[in-house]
Design a protein around this ligand. Structure first.
Ligand SMILES: [Zn+2]
Length: 144
């Protein structure tokens, strides 16, 4: 449950509204209302990650759920469309950053690691094979 649960009420997304999954943990996102006074308002709208499961180190403020289970104040908006738009923009931007960095990181690995090293064939090993001249031992692909 959300901390201070009397301050939060779960809300239904308007028909046809699309909400991105949580960009941190991949869980579904939910629309919530937040108010200190639901009778008189104002009532903020906020999209929050649904993942309140305890995981990782249970210490300090990171002791329950995903970081976006209780997102920062900027996620709280006056209108549903604004809250959904803010969440979706944040999620798409963060996912795009991660995709780009993962791609770069994987590319570095591909360039720096020839297949021979991945298979454990050191440069000295073909010479130790007595049959390396019969053509069958030259299995290492020629790259670069
Ligand atoms: Zn999450």
């Amino acid at each position: 449950m959300k901390e201070g649960k009397e301050l939060y009420k779960k809300a239904e997304l308007p028909a046809g509204a699309h909400v991105e999954p949580c960009p941190v943990c991949g869980a579904d996102a939910e629309l919530w209302q937040y108010s200190k006074d639901f009778k008189n308002g104002p009532i903020d709208k906020v999209v929050m990650c649904a993942n309140g499961e305890r995981f990782g180190p249970q210490d300090g403020a990171v002791n329950e759920g995903c970081l976006l289970y209780m997102p920062p104040q900027d996620f709280y908006r006056g209108r549903v469309v604004e809250a959904v738009k803010f969440w979706n923009q944040y999620a798409k931007a963060l996912n795009a950053q991660r995709r780009g960095r993962n791609w770069k990181r994987a590319q570095v690995l591909r360039e720096a690691t020839p297949n021979a090293e991945l298979r454990g064939d050191g440069p000295a090993s073909p010479a130790r094979r007595p049959s390396s001249n019969d053509g069958l031992g030259a299995a290492a692909p020629e790259r670069n």
